[in-house]
Design a binder for this molecule. Structure first.
Ligand code: ATP
Length: 225
């Protein structure tokens, strides 16, 4: 355990549904960096899912996320984006977390695929100045290949704190951590697809989430996009 990263770690997402890819990454990061707690933040109205079609109602996604983290040390679900009106902009979430934790820095966990599109996010330059980032590997996307075009990142050191990986600096001084974690080939879309085709999702989501999906009859209709 390394108590080197102070502050608040946030892992935002649509979580439609939450799966073991999300959970393993959250657990790895929390344990590796010695974070007392790591917060999963389901988006109420994800502004950048394509197309901007309806996702599963937030209450269901929140309930699945809560069921999934129950009993996992240090993982918690925050409903702050659900309590806010309007689109779930990460910038507002980061600011709210900073206001609630004066003096604490925010570490924002984001998949490499999502980070590569950060220039499309709401006021992304301000977001890049508002918190540090930790890039999660996705199959086929190395963290470095996910650096958004036009954003200059300078290699600071060939490790992430005491973990193997790399630490970069953004022009505004914020860090981008790229720890060497194994990529897990699980996506929410692949789970929705399987449910729709009547295939098993055992081993991809916690049993509580599998049960919730079955009882609520989620993901049986047409896939969006
Ligand atoms: P979809 O398949 O619907 O696009 P998703 O599986 O990417 O969804 P999201 O809820 O959109 O899930 O993901 C939230 C965040 O978690 C994003 O930053 C995403 O890149 C990251 N993420 C999702 N799955 C994984 C995984 N298997 N490993 C690492 N990061 C992941």
């Amino acid at each position: 355990m390394h108590a080197e990263i102070p502050g608040v770690a946030l892992f935002g997402g649509t979580f439609d549904p939450i799966h073991y890819g999300h959970l393993r990454m959250a657990i790895e990061v929390r344990e590796s960096f010695g974070l007392p707690r790591l917060f999963l933040v389901p988006a109420a109205r994800p502004p950048h899912k394509k197309p901007r079609a309806p996702v599963t109602p937030a209450e269901h996604r929140l309930a699945m996320a809560r069921a999934a983290v129950a009993g996992i040390d240090g993982l918690e679900v925050l409903d702050m984006e659900l309590r806010r009106d309007g689109p779930s902009y990460s910038l507002l979430t980061v600011r709210e977390a900073r206001e609630a934790n004066p003096g604490a820095e925010v570490l924002f966990l984001v998949g490499a695929d999502a980070f590569s599109e950060i220039a499309t996010w709401h006021r992304f330059e301000e977001l890049l100045d508002a918190c540090d980032f930790l890039l999660l590997p996705r199959p086929g996307t190395s963290p470095e290949s996910a650096f958004p075009p036009g954003v200059r990142l300078e290699l600071e050191e060939n490790r992430c704190y005491s973990l193997p990986g790399r630490t970069y600096r953004l022009p505004g001084g914020r860090k981008v951590l790229c720890p060497d974690l194994p990529a897990l080939d699980i996506s929410s879309r692949s789970i929705r697809d399987k449910v729709r085709r009547g295939r098993s999702i055992r081993g991809l989501v916690p049993p509580e989430v599998e049960l919730y999906i079955a009882v609520q009859g989620l993901y049986r209709g047409e896939e969006r996009g």
